[in-house]
Design a protein around this ligand. Structure first.
Ligand code: 5AD
Length: 467
């Protein structure tokens, strides 16, 4: 049977999509090739969020195409995911060795399209159309990839984003917000838990908007008015996302729940209270702030102010004092002045994020910010990136060092990637802990004593591991 190799760029949603496509292909009789060199089909699952990510995937495909043309003309090459969606046919025009371009609502057709290409029935296939219901097609998992049980799993709860931040290409690449139903998601989670999964991360481009569109539509139908009543007037005070958390929390045998990514604007009090109410919801929040300047936040169309963001952090820490908070920040957004940037630096110092992912602003096609005046020169973006990174790392180091000497609970996931002789787990606040454990610890909740802190990694003392 043909062997497939999928290389994934970008976010956890892409990781999850690749896993589902791989599982669907395996179900149809394909095998998973251990390397590109051994594969009959090579798919690149792409990211469009910054130009750098696109260039990386295009460069990779150019190398693959050159090799395939020279040495292995029968190998099938494909792009899938966000860049496939935004560029479509253009990718084949530029790279004529590419056989398949599969958009973000079409992952579940991968097997059929590859069958047709491999059988010689069709030459090139480009499918980037919208497909109603596609949000519910990412459901298959590969839990025993290495023959070992997976302890953690991602579950895709929705697709798309309606927020339209002015810098962001995601609404174009992922489409309108569409959510799966609670029973559908819970059934998938139950299945995972029955196969040994202990921790589930609920995934979506904007999980705080989960079910909002569907809820509003249902409300309009129920009222018989067709009136676009705002969701806040709905009688239920609990947002659909918190209803989903409640439902997943009920699953027996599930130990931990995480989610990503929320939008600070949609982070309601009911979600904050959920941390205090639901013991399986771990003390961790990824809160993308993007900027510390109100002027820039407005230009970005973020829908909150610096003060509201700081208020949210305060409320979360009041609910759970030891919550781990991480963020995304863009430096050099069009029009960002030195003063705006210093407000971002000050915000990072004030919040003391456990970690922050910093991005140099990148112009994306058909986004409003790409046309805004005051584009910031690369040199300044790099310099701001460097300064912010120093601040974030210094704070992160202090926060990680503060764990030394503490006992903390970890869920053991498996061997460490860097050093497979050691085991790795994560704290509830989402910090990686490496320790001298053994395969039998996989899936266990262990108390370890932290002895050392590296850069964004903690090390546990095996002497006090509960055996
Ligand atoms: N330029 C730089 N960073 C971006 N991000 C999204 N769009 C852009 C862009 N045009 C960052 C945001 C987002 C993260 C996933 O990627 O910080 O939260």
């Amino acid at each position: 049977m043909p062997g497939v190799f999928i290389k994934t760029y970008g976010c956890q949603m892409n990781e999850r999509d690749s896993e589902a496509v791989a599982a669907q292909l395996v179900a149809k009789g394909y095998t998973l090739a251990p390397s590109e060199a051994a594969a009959d089909v090579i798919l690149l699952n792409t990211c469009s969020v910054r130009d750098f990510a696109e260039q990386k995937a295009i460069g990779k495909m150019q190398n693959l195409a050159a090799d395939v043309r020279k040495n292995r003309p029968d190998v099938v090459l494909g792009f899938m995911g966000c860049m496939a969606q935004s560029r479509g046919q253009e990718l084949i025009d530029r790279l004529p060795d590419v056989d398949l371009v599969l958009g973000t609502q079409k992952f579940h057709h991968a097997a059929d399209y590859l069958d047709e290409i491999l059988a010689g029935c069709r030459d090139k296939i480009v499918d980037v159309a919208a497909e109603p219901g596609s949000e519910a097609t990412i459901r298959e998992h590969l839990l025993n990839g290495s023959g070992k049980k997976s302890i953690t799993a991602y579950v895709s709860i929705m697709q798309g984003c309606n927020q339209r931040c002015t810098f962001c290409i995601v609404p174009d690449t992922r489409g309108e917000e569409r959510s799966r139903s609670i029973p559908d998601i819970v059934a998938e989670c139950r299945q995972l838990v029955s196969q040994g999964v202990k921790e589930i991360t609920l995934l979506g481009q904007i999980v705080t908007s989960y079910g909002k569109r569907e809820k509003r539509d249902a409300w309009r139908v129920a009222c018989g008015t067709g009136d676009p009543s705002p969701v806040t007037r709905h009688p239920s005070r609990t947002s659909p996302f918190v209803q989903l958390l409640d439902a997943v929390h009920e699953i027996e045998g599930l130990e931990r729940i995480r989610f990503t990514a929320p939008h600070p604007k949609g982070y309601g009090d009911d979600l904050i209270q959920a941390y205090a109410r639901l013991p399986k919801l771990v003390e961790s929040a990824h809160l993308p702030v993007q900027s510390g300047s109100d002027r820039v936040l407005k230009l970005m169309h973020r829908g909150y102010t610096r003060e509201r963001f700081l208020g949210l952090v305060k409320k979360l820490r009041r609910a759970k004092s030891n919550i781990g908070i991480t963020t995304d920040i863009i430096v050099g957004f069009p029009g960002e002045t030195e003063d705006d940037f210093e407000q971002t630096l000050a915000l990072a110092r004030e919040v003391e994020f456990d970690n922050a992912y910093i991005f140099k602003y990148s112009q994306r096609r058909d986004t409003p910010a790409a046309e805004m005046p005051g584009q910031v020169p690369l040199k300044i973006r790099e310099e701001r990136n460097h300064r912010l990174l120093e601040t974030v790392n210094e704070i992160g180091k202090r926060k990680y060092d503060a764990f030394i000497g503490r006992r903390t609970q970890i869920l053991v996931e498996g061997p460490s990637k860097k050093n497979p002789a050691r085991m790795t787990g994560r704290t509830r606040c989402n910090k990686i802990v490496v320790f001298d454990g053994a395969e039998r610890h996989r899936g266990q909740l262990l108390d370890v004593k932290i002895t050392r802190a590296g850069s964004f990694t903690l090390y546990g003392d095996p002497a006090v591991v509960n055996l």
